[in-house]
Design a protein around this ligand. Structure first.
Ligand code: FAD
Ligand code: EPU
Length: 343
């Protein structure tokens, strides 16, 4: 039987990722339904990578195998219980457009997560978070197809094992599943989270005393546009590293040396320290090396000044890790998924 899907050959991945570094996929299928996905799995061809919006990926070499890009669309209300509404979204939906759509429908809970690039299907993978809210706060369940068997699985919140920038899909289940849909529990009643200091400041500056979810979304968008480079202008994948969580005793020693070190609570006996601050203090903010470097306004964001290769950026990341380790004795872990072999 003829394939019902098209296999694209020698596909330029630079335009399908926000870093925009040169890389090619030998074969790529834009998967727009679960049926197509099942057909590909049945064909027995091994799948090298699942691609969403390419906003958390760095390629350091070409991909010789099959890449599947998630283009499964759709929105469906599954259930309404009081103020709660359960909505299922196709994994290939754009995240930011989804947030905008929910606000237009007067469905609340995602406003703090405005303007995060990428797809809905990738959002659970690192439990995306910003401005005091994480995906897990609104997550109900996801559906995923196991690549080795084609079987369909449902993962509820507990099964995903969410934590800060982590889920089972970054751990033991890494690379095993294609997330086809995500179901979120949203609310018709606005319960705003304004814990993040800059949000309160921006709303106060605008004289907004009784903010609505759309005001919060607009404030988040404004802060993000001030702080983070637009990938359309300057290639990047957001924060390149996670904010490290260190023991309280180590933090106390750091605070003695640097009384201005910012920090956030991170569970019993631990403290989260902003990696951007550590990288800036280690001297890397705004420093350019060849075609890459740490952004001038946000040291945690590694950028492609135009002609960088993935290897160059990956090498810079290693430089930064080494320097922060040497200066503070703290290990930085990559948030971005690096594919291929760095030099
Ligand atoms: P991709 O980059 O395409 O993929 C990421 C990983 O998930 C890869 O390992 C891929 O194989 C896997 N994957 C993708 N889709 C699927 C699927 N359907 N099934 C199984 N595996 C899959 N993140 C935050 O948490 N908070 C932020 O505030 C934030 N700000 C950002 C700002 C900028 C400017 C940029 C460029 C990035 C930012 N990010 C942020 C990171 C990024 O937007 C998120 O990680 C996003 O969820 C990635 O989605 P994606 O579709 O682009 O995934
Ligand atoms: N800071 C510096 N120098 C810098 C950058 C930051 O000193 O160059 C300091 C800031 O002054 C502030 C602190 O570090 O005191 C934290 O900075 P910011 O509020 O900008 O947030 P972040 O910790 O750098 C995290 C997430 C972002 C998310 C924002 C907002 C991680 C790894 N990053 O950044 O997520 O949007 O908070 O909630 O947790 C992403 O994951 O890609 C991402 C962009």
């Amino acid at each position: 039987m003829e394939n019902t899907y098209q296999i694209l050959k020698d596909v330029n991945l630079a335009t399908r990722t926000t870093f925009g570094v040169p890389a090619q996929a030998a074969r790529l299928v834009e998967v727009d339904s679960v049926a197509v996905l099942q057909e590909i799995i049945k064909s027995g061809e091994s799948i090298q990578l699942i691609l969403g919006g390419g906003s958390n990926l760095l390629f350091t070499s070409n991909l010789t195998g099959l890449v599947l890009q998630n283009k499964i669309l759709g929105r469906e209300i599954l259930e309404e219980q009081g103020d709660d509404v359960l909505i299922q979204f196709g994994g290939g939906e754009n995240w930011h457009e989804t947030v905008g759509w929910t606000l237009d429908q007067n469905l609340f809970g995602l406003e703090n997560l405005s303007l995060i690039p990428g797809t809905v299907g990738a959002a659970p993978i690192q439990n995306i978070g910003a401005y005091g809210v994480e995906l897990m706060d609104r997550f109900e369940f996801l559906t995923a197809i196991e690549l080795s068997s084609g079987k369909s699985f449902t993962f509820n919140r507990d099964a995903c094992n969410f934590a800060y920038r982590y889920s089972i899909f970054k751990g033991p289940a890494k690379g095993r599943f294609f997330i086809t849909s995500v179901t979120l529990r949203l609310s018709r009643k606005a319960e705003l989270n304004l814990d993040y200091g800059a949000l309160k400041t921006i709303l106060a500056n605008k004289n907004i005393r009784d903010p609505k979810p759309k005001d919060v979304s607009e404030a988040v968008i404004e802060i993000r546009q001030q702080k983070l480079p637009d990938p359309k202008m300057l290639g990047n994948a957001g924060s390149f590293f996670k904010n490290p969580i260190i023991p309280l005793a180590q933090f106390s020693r750091l605070k003695q040396l640097y009384p201005d070190v910012p920090s956030y609570p991170a569970g019993v006996g631990e403290v989260k320290v902003p990696a951007g601050w550590l990288i800036e203090k280690a001297g890397w903010k705004g420093k350019r090396i060849g075609n890459t470097g740490c952004h001038v306004d946000q040291a945690l964001v590694l950028v492609n000044y135009g002609n960088a290769t993935g290897r160059e950026i990956a090498a810079h990341a290693e430089r930064v890790i080494h320097s922060v380790k040497k200066t503070f004795g703290i290990n930085l872990e990559k948030e971005v998924n690096v594919w291929g072999t760095p030099d």
